[in-house]
Design a protein around this ligand. Structure first.
Ligand code: PLP
Length: 452
């Protein structure tokens, strides 16, 4: 009788062989890439063992690698492509727009129209400023919250990912202490307090102990494992933040336009003071980011009301409000706002998938859990269902299970991110058939793993 770890290793060997047979060109590309790109990639999370597939093209829900293998994509450009890769009407709108300038560098009608649209679809916000990424949006939002409150500290959640900005690049991965990167001085994170997600006591203790400008959090923990808020948690956060005079920043870079058109605020009916956006807000094009809030806060960015630079909180940048990103974003969000009913079916489908995957886990010795909300789907090979990122890491049955699951799915034509923390961000055009194959393959994997 083999132990579980022997069995996992046996399956890794079996599926590595299959993978290598199918992906020779990717293997060669990694070698070539490593000479000119550190780690052979442009982002370390895109690497997986023994080497990643190099993707040549994408369309709809699919991507194709350099060896001609086809995959159903559950990563979708880091959760950007809510209507699949390259929706025709968005690409056409961008191409048409680009002939009369890609980036005007001046105030333009599109930024006004898009800001008007966003203030209609996102609850509790009057004004918007566009940034170039989610990271940037969070960086400026933190600064804005400090400017507004006159306080210094920021509280973030363990496992919360807000981009690589110094002040928030802490408490993301184990051991959840100290700077997350070389070259990040500890002084740069000394005003950042990290507390566990889904823990109101820890939050209250932190709020009590420091002069906190803002609590920044994803309504549903995203790359920390798609972990959902416990009932009442987000409302509790709102109350505590109010009680201690801080601001609540919802980082809706993933949840925005995904959980509902109005994001986590709408789905959970909890009001944020500042909302940050990224990914979908750019309609699938680069340079996607925005900060949205009510006028009294956004007014701190207003150079007409506050002519002196020192009386303002800074925000700006060369490519902010560029025509390509805004055309794509406007076209996409406008479409979603006219098809709001899509959200119900979308959320129902992925809630159903989560239930099916959970059932598969239960039927296979409870070797795993499926977490998340709607189309944010986390998979955890843990004995207990994680409600925070520490449980998601510390409760792992075997780290190799994560590698095996990713590898196995690749050989079955399914891709998701990441190899170390599976979180699937499907689009609205993934069908029930796609979902069924995912469930089927997951069941097959668990059966191979647990066969007596
Ligand atoms: C919740 C969240 N916030 C912020 C970011 C950073 O956004 P960007 O990669 O566009 O800088 C990400 C990126 O994955 C994210 O998931």
């Amino acid at each position: 009788m083999h132990s579980l770890s022997d069995r996992i290793q046996g399956l890794i060997d079996k599926y590595t062989k299959l993978y290598v047979e199918k992906t020779q060109k990717s293997r060669e590309l990694l070698e070539r890439a490593r000479k000119v790109l550190p780690g052979g990639t442009t982002y370390q999370i895109r690497f997986f063992l023994p080497y990643p597939v190099y993707i040549l093209k994408a369309s709809g829900v699919k991507v194709w690698d350099v060896d001609g293998n086809e995959y159903v994509d559950y990563w979708m450009g880091h959760g950007t492509h809510i209507l699949g890769h390259s929706p025709d009407f968005v690409v056409k709108a961008v191409n048409d727009a680009a002939y009369s300038g890609t980036h005007l560098g001046y105030p333009n009608t599109l930024e006004v129209e898009y800001a008007e649209l966003l203030t209609k679809v996102i609850p509790n916000v009057d004004m918007v400023r566009f940034s170039n990424s989610g990271t940037e949006a969070n960086m400026y939002a933190v600064r804005l919250s400090r400017a507004y409150t006159g306080r210094r500290y920021v509280i973030k959640m363990e496992g919360g990912w807000h981009g690589g900005y110094d002040g928030l690049h802490v408490g993301v991965n184990p051991p959840f202490e100290g700077p997350e990167s070389l070259g990040l001085p500890v002084e740069h994170i000394k005003y950042t307090i990290v507390v566990p997600y889904n823990d109101l006591n820890a939050l209250e203790n932190a709020l009590k102990s420091f002069d906190v400008a803002a609590v920044i959090m994803e309504p549903v923990l995203g790359s920390g494992g798609c972990i959902e808020p416990q009932p009442g948690y987000l409302k509790g956060v709102r109350e505590l933040v109010d009680r201690y005079g801080a601001l609540l920043i919802f980082d809706e870079v993933i949840t925005g336009f995904r959980l509902a058109l109005g994001g986590g605020q709408e789905l959970f009916n909890v009001k944020a003071d500042i909302v940050t956006l990224g990914k979908i807000v750019g309609g699938g094009y680069p340079g996607a980011g925005a900060i949205a809030s009510r006028s009294e806060i956004m007014e701190l960015l207003d150079q007409i009301k506050r002519p002196s630079a020192r009386s303002r909180s800074f925000h700006g940048g060369t490519f902010t409000g560029n025509k390509v990103t805004l055309t794509a974003g406007y076209t996409l969000i406008n479409y979603l706002s006219q098809h709001k009913s899509l959200y119900e079916g979308f959320n129902n489908l992925w809630d159903w998938v989560r239930n099916e995957l959970s059932r598969a886990c239960e039927e296979h010795d409870r070797i795993c859990w499926a977490t998340g909300v709607g189309s944010m789907l986390g998979i955890h090979f843990t004995r207990e269902k994680p409600i925070n990122v520490r449980m998601a890491y510390e409760g792992r049955i075997d780290e190799n299970l994560y590698h095996l699951a990713h590898l196995y799915m690749r050989t079955k034509g399914i891709l998701y991110m990441t190899e170390h923390m599976p979180h699937l961000l499907p689009s609205m055009i993934h069908t029930r058939e796609h979902a069924n194959s995912l469930i089927q393959e997951f069941n097959n994997l668990l059966s191979e793993l647990t066969a007596k």
